[in-house]
Design a protein around this ligand. Structure first.
Ligand code: ADP
Ligand code: ZN
Length: 607
């Protein structure tokens, strides 16, 4: 069943030659080349790569190398359209086959397919599994099956799609066609399920590093979230595209309205909007430069926009995986991008309470508690952010990445054993019914009306913490809560209680180091992994304007013409000729022919 791949890199059909000619890139990333070789040679493959890692090329290039059509199975119709546009812009014969096509278009695609005129065909799983389609494919020469978002086969995941289970049937039906399954979800269980259902006949597994070196991770304390967000965007991301994740529909609406009132183009996205509204907002986000979407978790899967410059979390995500997947939507083009989050003690109380009131089966509740704990430990972590993030994907990172908040401004830690004991005792003495505000009043010796009315000014813990200020106490209680020494009372009134875990601390058997909360500092310039863009420069604006007009003429998103990274490289290199332009990353032969003259004209008109 193997068609040995030509490995002579000078051959026109060699992976390198296709990479340069069709896609305009000079080098493969990570393990792309190995994967391409394996699939081109007819092997099955399981590919685990983070969002933005470059999965598409892993099946697109082998499909071009092998005779016949590559069939790409993807659950996301919007994503398919995007990918097909991008392929066509590179001169590749690609098409979509789905229920949105008119009968006439559909017949055309079928004819082209039978005539062998299509190199890549994108199709949704439910469409593919219909007998007439399987029949049609049976009469074509097929290069491969690429099964994207392969984690949809996992019944444990959030994205389970029953049709994915049936994709296992492809093996019997098309025994000679290699299958490549791809996903950005890397946990062991999902991995095993993908292999079992989609590649039961075996295949090579390729696990890429999940590190995203161009993303800078930052976690801060929430005090005035919207103002903090606005100042973050104002200072660092004026005119950039970004996503703001919010906990609820209402918060997404309010945040979008607030940003809008402050002169930013922001729109909400959540399950409360009609399907048409959601589509319209998503289309604008993809088609326009500098749009911000304020969204609940409903947004993002299948958003293939490469130039999202920041992902902000105004509320805690569900888990580290969710956080990593959501933040992974930033900086797919490899340029510097920010993952920015703020959270507060109240957030922890709220989530813990929701969990306590959950009616889910015990096993699932335990899983959710563990997920939250891991996430909180990440938030409060005082060292480099990458080791705890990547250890979630079974990957070791040496730390000291130099590109996260803790590396850039190492937080101080202090011996908080004594303070923690005072705090815990005070929670106990006041009856484990009160929220942080009241407990802190008692600790600091504030004889408020409530404190005196309750007689809490006569407790032994009254004023035992007057040596620390209010924000320090808040920091201590928050971290005790995050670390699980405290828990919210199950009645859901926001009161704090001791938990089992604090015993050792109270007995004096345990020391506690806590981080000192950072005072917000101004940012240093991002250490970008690629060319830096001065987004205020008139030259940049001119190139972007040309790109926007060209994109609008052709009815495609701007990044289908050229990515930001490519525009930046063009500005940096200032090519004088088509030959020089061809050497720039992202400029393939097709785009050179189509836009080369225009780009040189725009460049000639600068200065
Ligand atoms: P994902 O793994 O999320 O599907 P994509 O395949 O969309 O990622 O790739 C992410 C981005 O990286 C795309 O814009 C793609 O063009 C770019 N890319 C992929 N491989 C390379 C490469 N070898 N050199 C340069 N850019 C690449
Ligand atoms: Zn770091």
């Amino acid at each position: 069943m193997s068609h040995p791949a030509p490995t002579d890199p000078t051959s026109a059909a060699a992976p390198e030659a296709l990479l340069a000619r069709v896609f305009g890139y000079q080098h493969f990333r990570g393990r792309q080349r190995e994967i391409i070789e394996a699939v081109a040679a007819g092997d099955n493959a399981l590919v685990l790569m983070p969002t933005g890692g470059g999965k598409s090329l892993c099946y697109q290039i082998p499909a071009l190398m092998r005779p016949g059509t590559g069939i790409v199975v993807s659950p996301l119709i919007a994503l398919m359209r995007d990918q097909v546009e991008a392929l066509k812009a590179n001169g590749v014969a690609a098409a979509v086959l789905n229920s949105s096509l008119a009968a006439q278009e559909r017949r055309q695609v079928e004819q082209d397919l039978l005539a062998g005129r299509i190199e890549l065909l994108y199709i949704a799983p439910e469409g593919l599994l219909r007998e007439p389609i399987l029949n049609l494919l049976g009469r074509c020469r097929l290069a491969l099956f690429a099964i994207d978002e392969a984690h949809c086969v996992s019944q444990w995941g959030h994205d389970f799609r029953p049709e994915y289970l049936q994709l296992g049937a492809l093996r019997e039906r098309f025994p000679d066609v290699p299958r490549i399954a791809l996903t950005a979800t890397a946990d062991e269980r999902t991995r095993t399920e993908i292999s079992r259902h989609l590649l039961p006949d075996g295949g090579q597994t390729f696990i890429a590093s999940f590190d995203r070196p161009n993303i800078r991770y930052r976690v801060g304390l929430k005090n005035n979230p919207r103002a903090q967000l606005l100042s973050f965007i104002d200072r660092e991301h004026r005119g950039h595209s970004g996503i703001v994740y919010c906990f609820s529909r209402k918060r997404a609406e309010q945040t979008a309205a607030f940003l809008y009132q402050n002169g930013l183009t922001a729109l909400p996205y959540h399950a409360g909007l009609s399907a048409d509204e959601r589509q319209a907002h998503q289309d604008r986000f993809i088609g326009e430069d500098g749009m911000i979407i304020c969204a609940t978790i409903a947004f993002g899967m299948g958003i293939d926009k490469p130039d999202v410059r920041f992902v902000a979390h105004l509320d805690l995500p569900r888990s580290i995986e969710a956080y990593y997947q959501e933040t992974g939507r930033a900086g797919r083009d490899g340029l510097p991008a920010d993952a920015w989050m703020v959270y507060s003690l109240a957030d922890i109380v709220q989530i813990r309470q929701m969990q306590a009131n959950s009616s889910a089966p015990e096993a699932q509740q335990r899983l959710e508690r563990e997920r939250l704990e891991a996430l909180l430990a990440y938030c409060e972590h005082a060292g480099c952010r990458r080791p705890p993030l990547l250890s979630y994907f079974d990957e070791e990172h040496p730390g000291q990445c130099g590109h996260c908040d803790n590396c850039l401004n190492p937080p101080e830690t202090w011996d908080a054993t004594e303070a923690a004991r005072k705090g815990l005792s005070c929670v106990y003495r006041t009856g484990q019914r009160f929220g942080a505000g009241h407990v802190i009043d008692v600790l600091m010796g504030n004889a408020t009306e409530r404190v005196t009315a309750l007689g809490h000014d006569r407790l032994s813990t009254f004023a035992i913490g007057s040596d620390l200020d209010r924000s320090t106490w808040q920091s201590v209680l928050r971290q005790l809560l995050a670390l699980g020494h405290l828990q919210p009372d199950p009645a859901g009134h926001g009161g704090l209680q001791l938990s089992e875990r604090c015993r050792a601390l109270l007995r004096g058997d345990e020391q506690l180091e806590l981080r000192r909360d950072a005072v917000p500092v101004r940012r240093k310039r991002a250490a970008g992994s690629r060319v830096e863009v001065d987004t205020d420069s008139p030259d940049w604006q001119a190139l972007r304007q040309w790109r926007l007009e060209t994109a609008q003429e052709q009815g495609v998103p701007p990044y289908v013409i050229f990515h930001d990274a490519t525009l930046a490289a063009i500005l940096d290199a200032r090519p004088q000729s088509l030959d020089e332009l061809a050497r720039i990353t992202g400029v393939g032969q097709h785009k050179l022919d189509k836009y080369g003259g225009d780009v040189l004209n725009v460049l000639a008109g600068l200065d």
